[in-house]
Write a protein that binds this ligand. Structure first.
Ligand code: 5RP
Length: 223
């Protein structure tokens, strides 16, 4: 039987080989990113990091990685993060862990952005994955009513706040034929502050399936 956690650990350990001394590294969020943080700490490199969540910052710090405040950083060398679904064009859905807004900011600042995942995350189409949308609590009812026009079903995460103090609606059933149009439509709703569609940020992916790692590079993979 496939050991998904072993595959996550393997993808993470392989990707972390890209990190060198003196890099500023963006640390993702989630179980696969946690494996990457542990693998990075084990390498004992001279690096600094920024984190995409309080949880990842705490883990990295506890393992001896120096974590800087991203508010003082405009560019990181390399970002490493997980994903909930990723296709052959390196477009992804992220945010099951609720960190998609900070993850996107760090990814956008990165010279190179790598996704790490087990094979269950590789999909032919992104639309099967719920799409997390982060919303200012003040705009909850208004934004949710607008989201209802874009998704078959909207489910608010109960008793949940992001690290930014916002709520998350998971949008189920969406049209993945024109994801850029959906991304634009989401960001055009006042009160929506972010979403989990990553359409252009990802440069490469390390995906482990039953102990075998495949590396995908943007622009070099069969569609
Ligand atoms: C958090 C994320 C995670 O990277 C994504 O949910 C994958 O998580 P995991 O590695 O635990 O499967 O986007 O916001």
């Amino acid at each position: 039987m496939t050991d998904r956690d072993a595959d996550k650990r393997l993808a993470a350990a392989t990707a972390v080989d890209e990190v060198c001394d003196n890099m500023l590294v963006g640390l993702g969020t989630g179980s696969t990113a946690a494996h990457a943080i542990a693998a990075l700490a084990a390498r004992k490199l001279r690096i600094d990091a920024v984190a995409t969540s309080e949880a990842s910052a705490a883990l990295a710090t506890s393992l001896g990685i120096r974590v800087r405040d991203f508010a003082t950083v405009s560019r990181v060398d390399l970002a490493i993060d997980g994903a909930d679904a990723i296709d052959a064009r390196l477009r992804a859905v992220k945010g099951a862990g609720g960190a998609m807004l900070r993850e996107k900011v760090v990814a956008a600042s990165a010279g190179r952005m790598i996704v790490i995942a087990d094979g269950s995350k590789r999909v032919a189409r992104l639309g099967g994955a719920p799409l997390p949308v982060e919303i200012l609590p003040f705009a909850a009812a208004f934004a949710t009513s607008r989201l209802a026009q874009l998704f078959v079903r909207c489910v608010e995460r109960q008793d949940y706040r992001t690290d930014n103090g916002n709520i998350v609606i998971d949008g189920h059933g969406w049209d993945d034929a024109a994801p850029h149009a959906l991304a634009d439509a989401l960001m055009a709703i006042p009160g929506v502050v972010g979403h989990g569609l990553f359409l252009s940020e990802i440069d490469a992916a390390y995906i482990a399936d039953d102990g075998i790692v495949t590396r995908l590079e943007r622009g070099r993979n069969p569609r």
